[in-house]
Design a protein around this ligand. Structure first.
Ligand code: CP
Length: 530
């Protein structure tokens, strides 16, 4: 039987559920012990041990720890290890990500480790290369490991962070109280914590950052939705004054390379608020540990080097754990590990799946004039889309009706749009087109996506022959006119990768980009021009 983890990807931390991560951590524990004891028999059980198995590193942003720990991990497995040198690759000739990685997948490579400033690139490539593998009858579908994508996520860092927290806590999953200190806005390692820390049953998080470097709302909301108890502080000083200080602190460096000019001008002041100082030592709780994904700046480290020799130092062991965690991850995706995993504990798709187009019995219903009383005469044959954007302002409703007309391709037809006000004093839009238009299932899905809550009436000879009501779909994808508003996202048109945007709905009616995780309101997901 093929190993359960083969062909899986790790694009975001949530791609491995809590059980799968706990399984990985148990393997790391065993591996570390075997390494310490040089137990060759056990170590061999961890190896892929296949010189034809290809692991490819593609680092389009700088790295020491992630790149080198993965390279060392891959060498442990006795596999073929390759690296694409991006600076003299055909990326420079304008080649797309999918053409580049399809090419490399065709050379018998099965695991790709990618660091890029483009967010969501692994999720896109996982899909593209799976299709390529099928078209070309490759032996297996490649796996993708996100080694850090812009300011989105860094899931393997999250794995090694979680492992280190557990190791320092006798592998107790019951609770964690953690301070996240530093550049929470740009730091992808702390963004992975929004879902990563679900590993613990009870989570208390203290966010310590000046407002310019504060945790983005998307991740803050995710933390709250996940039931974390979150408190916000603007500096270490303010945090220590609170008297409710965690005994685990996770620092992130100010990410100068991602900051705009305005923030860079104030970097010294911002850094001061997130840099630990000697006089703070007496205010820390007993047994405090500091962690840091590293690197730290040699001139302006937020964890000063005089702390290296103190018991606060948790970051060195954390960095060392990186290689062990990555050996196990590669072993799982490469098929060496995982046969003893109980598949009933595996990740299941978690998106909401529900019907959102409802056919209503329209038998023998004659159009009534009063339905469209404010100047619109009922039509004999054609369509009427009613209840559009109920509750919005007339301007917003008109703008949205223009978008509906464009997306449903009604612009070339006769007819018009109307804004009416009901007895409840709420405005709504009505769009009508005389003619003989009918709707396919695909068009109905598109209508639900652009006009949730509307009613579609199809009229023949004064009679409503078909009537549908729509609700907000759980996923919106597969048509033009959608656009993730994050310019760093692989699906943003400015990236030129030709990736169609894809969104899924949250319980509180936000639409999350399936690639970069950015939360949008319903109206934000549509292109505003063209
Ligand atoms: N923690 C981390 O990602 O370090 P590198 O940038 O050196 O890989």
């Amino acid at each position: 039987m093929e190993n359960f983890f083969v062909g899986r990807s790790l694009c975001v931390i949530d791609d491995f559920n809590i059980n799968e991560r706990a399984f990985l951590f148990e393997k790391v524990k065993t591996l570390k012990k075997a390494m310490g004891e040089n137990d060759k028999k056990v170590l061999d059980e961890f190896r892929i041990n296949d010189p034809d198995f290809g692991i490819y590193e593609v680092f389009l942003e700088d790295s020491t720890r992630t790149k080198e720990s993965f390279r060392n991990a891959a060498k442990f497995h006795l596999t073929k290890v390759s690296e694409l040198v991006a600076s003299n690759s055909s990326f420079n000739k304008g080649e797309s990500y999918s053409d580049t990685f399809n090419t490399l997948a065709g050379y018998s490579n099965s695991i790709f480790i990618i660091r890029s400033k483009v967010e969501g690139v692994c999720a896109h490539l996982e899909n593209q290369c799976a299709q390529f593998a099928k078209r070309n009858e490759l032996a297996r579908k490649p796996s993708f490991i996100n080694a850090g994508d812009g300011k989105h996520e860094h899931p393997t860092q999250e794995l090694l962070d979680e492992y280190t927290f557990l190791e320092d806590n006798n592998f107790n999953y019951d609770e964690i109280h953690l301070a996240l200190v530093g550049d929470l806005f740009h730091g992808r390692t702390v963004h992975s914590k929004a879902n990563g820390l679900k590993l613990f049953k009870k989570v208390k998080i203290d966010l310590v950052a000046p407002v310019e470097l504060a945790m983005p709302e998307t991740y803050l909301n995710t933390m709250k939705e996940n039931g974390f108890d979150v408190t916000i502080y603007s500096s270490i000083e303010e945090y220590l004054e609170s008297g409710k200080v965690a005994n685990k602190w996770y620092f992130t460096r100010p990410q100068l390379e991602r900051m705009g000019e305005q923030i860079l001008k104030r970097q010294a002041q911002l850094r001061a608020s997130i840099t630990f100082r000697k006089e703070f030592l007496t205010k820390l709780p007993e047994n405090t540990k500091f962690y840091h994904p590293l690197p730290r700046h040699k001139l302006t480290p937020t964890i000063p080097t005089f702390l290296d020799k103190t018991s606060l130092n948790g970051w060195e062991k954390q960095s060392i754990n990186g290689m062990y965690v990555r050996i196990v991850l590669l072993g799982m995706l490469g098929g060496a590990l995982g046969k003893d995993f109980d598949e009933t504990l595996a990740k299941k798709e978690s998106y909401i799946d529900e019907e959102y187009i409802f056919k209503i019995d329209a038998k023998n219903k004659t159009k009534k004039k009063k339905d469209y009383s404010e100047g619109v005469n009922p039509i004999d044959n054609g369509i009427v889309i009613d209840h559009i954007c109920k509750g919005d302002s007339p301007k917003e409703i008109r703008e949205h009706m223009a978008l509906i007309s464009k997306i449903i391709e009604l612009d070339d037809e006769r007819g018009g749009e109307w804004v009416s006000c009901g007895s409840d004093n709420k405005y709504k839009g009505i769009l009508f087109r005389p003619g003989t238009k009918t709707f396919t299932r695909k068009e109905l899905k598109r209508l639900a996506a652009i006009a949730p809550g509307c009613t579609l009436n199809i009229i023949k000879d004064h009679i409503v022959v078909e009537k549908y009501r729509t609700t907000m779909p759980p996923r919106i994808y597969n048509f033009e006119n959608l656009c993730c508003k994050n310019e760093a996202c692989i699906s943003n048109p400015s990236q030129g990768e030709g990736v169609e945007a894809m969104f899924y709905r949250t319980k509180d009616h936000k639409f999350i980009c399936s690639y970069c995780g950015k939360a949008h309101s319903f109206k934000e997901i549509f292109k505003t021009n063209n």
